[in-house]
Design a protein around this ligand. Sequence first.
Ligand code: SAM
Ligand code: SF4
Length: 530
Amino acid sequence: MTTRTTAKNSSRTPVAEAAEAVEAFEAVEAIDAAPPSAVHAVPAPQTPPTQRPVRRAAKVLLRPKSDGLIDFIPAARIQELLERPPADAAEVQAVLDKSMALQRLTLEEMAVLISATDPEVQEQMFETARQLKREVYGNRIVLFAPLYLGNKCVNSCKYCGFRRDNDKVVRRTLTDEEIRAEVRALISKGHKRLVIDYGEHPDYSAEQIAHAVNIIYSTKDPDRPGAEIRRINVNCAPLTVEGYRLVKQAGIGTYQIFQETYHRPTYAEMHPRGPKSDFLWRLYGQDRAMEGGCDDVGLGALFGLYDWRFELLGLLAHAIHLEETYGVGPHTFSFPRLKEINNPAFEPKYAVSDDDFARLIAILRLSVPYVGMILTAREPAELRRRLIDFGVSQIDGGTHIEIGGYSENHEDQDLSREQFRIGDERSLEEVVAELIEMGDVPSFCTACYRLGRTGTHFMDLAKPGEIKHRCAPNALSTLLEYLIDYASPETREAGERLIARELEQLDEKDRALATRLLARVREGKRDVFC
Ligand code: SAM
Ligand code: SF4
């Protein structure tokens, strides 16, 4: 087991030790079907033990062993911070100045922003979040699509339509050919970036995920140069270090996993059974990813399970932990908000209003200025329009989350086939056209990860605000590619006007670079980036 060279501590970390323990148990399991007492197996197939083939045992999903892992979320301190009196304008301004200097905030400073209740002070926070977003990322918005590959699940997350005990959901795992059909449908619309999603199940092993990643990358349209997926991010159950190594070798971009809630009593209530009930195993999912070589990791919390203020501080504590342990924090934050499912299993008590949702997005932006922020189609179009400005850098477009939904053209959402209801059902073209109208540059850029600008390399550019000198030219060249190959004449015209305006606003060096890239795209070259 190796630890990353960027790690502050070069000795073996608790996560490496725990992961080794799990791997050791798995090895024992493969030759002996009787699980060691310290490991709880998810109920195995009902074959009598004497007839059970030895290899079968390797497929038993082990309850992870998180002994020895330390909970780094300072819950008591977070609670204390949430009880502080509201900050006044001067205190808030001092924190905003630090954000504008592109410094990551401390928990105490984030709590100052959370505590501010005065509407004028809050408006000042929104305005600073807007400015900061432009400072670090410019006005580009990266577009992606989620692709669900399988919804079998051994967990019982109460908020999720795919939970094990939901017998009103249709279970399905795409075959290789069905995956290809989905990818063909996605690339025919112009998509270049995906996040693949799975339930948690022995069928969705690291090997299987790596296999799917290979299929997706190799699916192209022979008649359309450049029609291909160029970056695949993954949202699946936490893996072992070896598992992460395998999916990294297959070429994944960001590995993202959401802690759902950082409040342990709520976590226990929401995840009563299955491997996901182990809070610490999940909490260290990103650590193991780092140790397996996935240095772009995403964090997230499912807002609506507990007090959003607590979750924000939990997310920041998690980011600080990664920064301190590996020398690099998360690549992205996700902040899904609880949505309707079929056959609900609990009554939400902490629904987050639209206004609080806007606040929490702005506060996250201000607290970790250089982390990408993902706002998904869970939210309705009008709200997304408003929220993008407060710091969002990535959104999905043309989203279908029913399994097989891109190639099978289901007209309406069918909750018996989906994890939850989405609020924005617009096509990719509609989303692109709206961004152009808003003056934002839709970007299909995948340059960083393909040029090895991941982990610390990316943050070295992002932290001082330098990354926009790459993002801006790449956004324009990938937008032009989209406009020429996929857009309607009206969207192409509006997009060409936007590109011309954007070029004028770039400094001389960036303009020269962007002009060169654009010229190559007009000559018929595809996938050009810097
Ligand atoms: N099954 C894997 C896991 O739990 O880590 C992969 C993630 S799942 C495909 C994507 C995410 O959707 C979950 O982590 C959760 O935050 C979110 N989600 C689940 N139920 C939801 C709901 N009712 N509304 C909104 N988001 C939900
Ligand atoms: Fe399964 Fe993930 Fe849904 Fe939980 S959130 S039930 S792990 S798909």
